[in-house]
Design a protein around this ligand. Structure first.
Ligand SMILES: *[C@@H]1O[C@H](CO)[C@@H](O)[C@H](O)[C@H]1NC(C)=O
Ligand SMILES: *[C@@H]1O[C@H](CO)[C@@H](O)[C@H](O)[C@H]1NC(C)=O
Ligand SMILES: *[C@@H]1O[C@H](CO)[C@@H](O)[C@H](O)[C@H]1NC(C)=O
Ligand SMILES: *[C@@H]1O[C@H](CO)[C@@H](O)[C@H](O)[C@H]1NC(C)=O
Ligand SMILES: *[C@@H]1O[C@H](CO)[C@@H](O)[C@H](O)[C@H]1NC(C)=O
Ligand SMILES: *[C@@H]1O[C@H](CO)[C@@H](O)[C@H](O)[C@H]1NC(C)=O
Ligand SMILES: *[C@@H]1O[C@H](CO)[C@@H](O)[C@H](O)[C@H]1NC(C)=O
Ligand SMILES: *[C@@H]1O[C@H](CO)[C@@H](O)[C@H](O)[C@H]1NC(C)=O
Ligand SMILES: *[C@@H]1O[C@H](CO)[C@@H](O)[C@H](O)[C@H]1NC(C)=O
Ligand SMILES: *[C@@H]1O[C@H](CO)[C@@H](O)[C@H](O)[C@H]1NC(C)=O
Ligand SMILES: *[C@@H]1O[C@H](CO)[C@@H](O)[C@H](O)[C@H]1NC(C)=O
Length: 869
């Protein structure tokens, strides 16, 4: 019908030129209708939940050019782009996609799409970008995809794609980026890949690829990134690879590769920033030419069969952050020139045959955060210069032949989390200072030495949250300090094979074990190892006076929080989850899982948990935390809590709290094992302990970002539970899945609230204007009009440790802080700053505010906030 109509007008167009424009409109609407039908079919292949997300995709909405995620060309007569990344889509990809014949960009990444890639993508002859990464797509890479000759970007990483890499991919001559990593691909790397002469990135890591690396790969003279890690590749690295002078990132770790690494590699690949050859069978020496790579960031050669000594010229790498050569056969001593690696944050030379002494020059590596020299043949004393490594968070010198004592200036290690000096020949007494390290929270292992003297009473200073303490096999004498009982959170304590007398005092929370499981525990001073256990319903009933309302300190979205005292008097907060509500189980496990893997000074510490039956035999779930004496930040902002003097939180205190929370967030996003999004940052979830240190709690919605399979569904399907009104980033409303940048948004809103005193849900923000927009309108000139009137104090009224802070300096600080808050609350998630940048900008603001006491603030505000590699 439409076709006849066109012809009809076409004939007349010759005579009636005024009608010719109508002809074009008409034919164009026909093709846009094809696109519309294709899109609607695409939508119908998705699950019904996803269809809701795409509610604008409606047959009654005349042009698809207005639909979410659809991009048309300028004259709006064809669909040329489809970007549905991160929409939380489930379902399969419709074969009708092939009808979008003008499509040049198809972005479906970051969803939960299943099924296979339809053959019909081969019909998209104009396609230049295809990104389907991070879905659950199965099946093989369709051969037809190799008909998309315009493809420049093909990204299928993080799916469940199986089969081989089709040799025909070599036809896609325009390909610049090819990412197939983290799938289940088998077979060889086809030699035809070497024909993709425009290739910039070739990323095939984490598959089951075998065979040899094609000899010709060196023809890819524009390649910058080559990632072949975690496969079963064999043979040598073809020498042509070392001819790709453009290479920036060369990673072949975790394969079965052998042969020598060319001694001139550093001269042939002058642009390298990352060199990762770990876990293979490389032999020969460590190439001396590496020291010519003046820009390199990372060198990893661990777990190989490398021999020889650490090249003494290695000092000339000012950008090197990570040097990992553990588990090889490296001998000789550590060259003092290593002290010139001025950016070095991680040095691992463990499990080698290194001898000689630790060069005192190592103490010059001021950026060092992790130092591992374990299992070598290192002798002499521990140089006291090591105490200068103030950023150190991990120190492992175990299993060497070190003698003498532990330098007292190890008390400088304000950020140390874990220290292992076990299995040496240390033979002096323990300096009491090292037991006071405030950050020591994971491990202190001093066992298998010949340490003498009594155990210092200061062991109580380990109060923070040390999990494992090993002091066995030494020559300690005297009695076991009573104060050991104060060490809460301890999970393993081993004092066996010493000459200690006395009994083990009740160990904090572990008193429960004594009560309920004492018979099973070998509680003797010879051998005492206890593991963290859950507590019973009865214990908690007792602790809270039968869940007395007087002990109720709060009600959250998932249940009630009580204050209670454990048998030996420790105050705790007990969160009892409301089983009636759907999601309690999910919340319980989300929180346990999140807190199991994370530990940080600015996160509320989960002491233990309880999952049992209550007296009515009904399922009962509870989480037990350290009690926070100063309540929630919300109480302080609302003014229901004030200092004894009647004062509200002042600028310095608020800034410290803001930095504490940023530290916690930065840790969750960047430093925890798997990135975690908290998903519900708001003032009522920030708690203040005795000394007003802020700790982030309530992980009920926390989302482990890497755990794609199980977690995603449970959280994604708890609809409205993605945060709290006022703090939810706009993209969550559009179906975006929880991300770390979503947290940054919530954090930004919280910052605005802290410094303006206005809640985002205040009635003045009901009519469309948001808190952020309101603040933005006054920023920066009229900032005074929006800040909390309790905040900006006249010169002299605000002091920090005796130094008055002028009104002008306060004002500048407020501008800086509000600037950070506004960059956090940008609507578009990809233009928001990261939590790390927010943290560093706030620290800068704090420095400017507290200039005269700069050093105090650096230590005081965030002593254990490890800003990592
Ligand atoms: C489209 O409009 C028709 C008539 O108004 C209505 O019956 C139908 O439900 C609408 N379809 C959708 C998907 O809204
Ligand atoms: C698209 O949306 C704009 C404004 O949102 C509207 O003016 C226009 O009419 C819409 N076009 C179509 C074809 O629906
Ligand atoms: C849009 O695409 C159609 C179909 O290719 C083409 O005829 C038209 O010229 C394009 N318009 C623009 C502005 O690119
Ligand atoms: C659209 O694609 C489907 C599936 O490939 C096909 O059956 C159909 O004929 C196509 N429709 C048009 C109008 O091209
Ligand atoms: C796949 O490609 C072959 C030619 O290589 C073609 O005959 C076939 O129609 C294509 N299939 C689809 C669904 O496009
Ligand atoms: C594909 O999408 C992912 C997720 O958004 C993104 O990280 C990646 O850079 C994209 N791939 C390319 C080659 O742009
Ligand atoms: C590379 O391309 C050339 C020219 O098209 C072709 O002759 C050759 O077979 C291709 N090489 C491989 C390994 O596919
Ligand atoms: C590497 O480049 C050098 C110098 O251009 C050349 O002589 C050599 O043949 C190349 N080696 C390989 C394996 O491509
Ligand atoms: C690399 O270092 C060596 C000395 O080890 C030197 O002879 C050579 O000239 C350097 N190469 C470059 C390109 O600087
Ligand atoms: C250091 O190297 C040893 C030996 O390769 C290894 O077991 C250990 O995990 C490494 N530690 C880190 C943090 O890389
Ligand atoms: C360790 O070093 C000492 C000399 O310092 C040497 O006598 C001994 O053989 C070395 N042990 C090993 C296992 O290399």
């Amino acid at each position: 019908m439409g076709f006849i109509l066109i012809l009809h007008y076409a004939v007349f167009a010759v005579l009636l030129s005024s009608l010719s424009s109508f002809r074009i409109v008409c034919s164009a609407s026909l093709s846009i209708n094809t696109d519309k039908e294709a899109l609607l079919s695409f939508k119908y292949h998705l699950s019904s939940e996803s269809s809701e997300t795409l509610s604008s995709w409606n047959v009654n909405n005349s042009s698809p050019c207005n639909w979410t995620g659809v991009l048309c060309n300028e004259s709006r007569d064809r669909v040329i782009g489809l970007d549905l990344s991160g929409f939380g889509l489930t379902g399969t990809i419709s074969p009708h996609i092939g009808n979008l014949s003008f499509l040049s960009s198809l972005e479906l990444q970051d969803n939960q799409l299943t099924g296979t890639i339809p053959d019909q993508v081969g019909d998209l002859s104009r396609l230049s970008v295809l990104n389907m990464s991070s879905n659950h797509i199965r099946g093989a890479i369709p051969l037809n995809i190799t008909m998309c000759l315009e493809l420049e970007i093909l990204d299928l990483k993080e799916n469940e794609i199986s089969g081989t890499i089709p040799a025909e991919l070599g036809r896609l001559r325009n390909l610049e980026i090819l990412k197939l990593g983290s799938n289940q691909l088998v077979g060889d790397i086809p030699p035809s890949i070497s024909n993709l002469s425009s290739l910039d990135t070739l990323s095939l890591g984490t598959n089951n690829l075998g065979g040899r690396i094609p000899d010709d790969l060196g023809r890819l003279q524009n390649l910058k990134e080559l990632d072949l890690t975690i496969n079963q590749l064999e043979g040598t690295v073809p020498s042509s690879i070392y001819n790709i002078t453009s290479l920036v990132n060369l990673a072949v770790a975790s394969n079965n590769l052998w042969g020598e690494i060319p001694s001139d590699v550093g001269d042939r690949l002058p642009n390298l920033l990352i060199f990762n050859f770990c876990i293979n069978k490389f032999t020969g020496g460590i190439p001396g030419s590496l020291h010519n790579l003046t820009n390199i960031n990372v060198i990893r050669m661990a777990h190989n069969l490398l021999e020889g000594s650490v090249p003494s010229g290695l000092g000339n790498l000012p950008q090197l952050r990570i040097l990992h050569m553990g588990q090889n056969k490296i001998y000789g001593s550590i060259p003092p020139s290593i002290s010139h690696l001025s950016s070095l944050a991680l040095l691992n030379l463990s499990h080698n045959l290194i001898s000689g002494e630790i060069p005192p020059e190592i103490g010059e590596l001021g950026e060092m955060q992790e130092l591992y020299l374990a299992s070598n043949n290192i002798s002499g004393r521990i140089p006291s210069s090591l105490g200068n490594l103030r950023q150190l968070s991990q120190l492992d010198l175990s299993s060497n032949r070190l003698v003498g004592g532990i330098p007292t200036n190890f008390s400088n290690f304000q950020r140390l989390l874990s220290m292992d000096l076990s299995n040496n020949r240390l033979n002096e007494s323990i300096p009491k200072e090292i037991l006071g390290l405030p950050g020591l929270s994971t491990l202190l292992n001093l066992s298998k030495n010949s340490l003498t003297g009594p155990l210092p009473q200061e062991v109580e200073a380990l109060e923070s949250s040390l999990e494992e303490l090993f002091m066995a096999n030494n020559k300690f004498s005297g009695s076991i300090p009573d104060t050991l009982g104060e060490v809460r959170g301890l999970e393993i304590l081993d004092l066996s094979t010493n000459q200690l007398t006395g009994s083990i005092p009740s160990i904090g929370v572990l008193a429960y074990l004594k009560k309920s499981k004492a018979k099973k525990l070998p509680i003797t001073s010879d051998s005492f190892k206890v593991l963290h256990q859950v507590v019973s319903y009865d214990d908690l009933r007792m602790a809270t006076g039968n869940f007395n309302q007087q002990n109720l300190i709060g009600k959250g979205s998932f249940g009630s929080v009580y204050k209670g005292y454990l048998t030996e008097g420790t105050a705790v907060a007990i969160k009892v989850l409301d089983i009636q509500r759907n999601g309690s189980w999910k919340s319980f496990f989300a929180e346990c899982e999140a807190l199991r893997t994370v530990r940080h000074r600015n996160l509320v510490k989960l002491i233990t948990s309880c999952s049992s039956l209550d007296f009515k035999n009904v399922e009962f779930l509870a989480l037990i935390y350290d009690f926070m004496h100063n309540g929630s930040l919300e109480d302080w902002i609302k003014g229901t809590r004030r200092h004894a003097s009647g004062c509200a939180l002042n600028l310095v205190e608020r800034l410290k709290i803001a930095i504490d929370v940023a530290c916690a967030m930065d840790y969750l996003h960047h430093d925890s094992e798997t990135p975690i999004a908290h998903c519900d940052l708001k003032p009522s979830n920030v708690l203040l302990d005795k000394d007003m240190t802020a700790k982030v709690g309530d992980f009920g919605l926390a989302r482990l970002l890497m755990d794609r399979a199980a977690d995603q569904q449970s959280i994604a399907s708890t609809h409205g539970l993605r945060g709290s009104i006022g703090y939810i980033p706009p993209e969550y409303g559009l179906g975006g899945k929880p991300t770390t940048s979503g947290d940054v948004y919530s954090y930004g809103v919280m910052l605005l609230e802290m410094f303006t005193g206005k809640s985002p849900t205040h009635e003045s923000f009901l009519g469309g204007l948001t808190l952020a927009q309101w603040v933005q309108s006054a920023f920066p000139t009229n900032v005074r009009q929006v800040v909390d009137p309790e905040l900006l104090l006249p010169t002299g009224a605000l002091q920090h440790e005796g130094h008055p802070i002028s009104e002008e300096v306060q004002h500048e600080c407020l501008i800086a802080v509000i600037g950070v808050a506004l960059s956090c609350t940008v609507d578009s998630s990809d233009r928001r700053i990261s939590s790390r940048d927010a943290l560093s900008q706030l620290k800068t603001a704090a420095k400017a505010l507290l200039k005269p006491t700069l050093d105090d603030m650096e230590e005081g505000a965030s002593p254990h906030c490890v800003v990592d590699v």
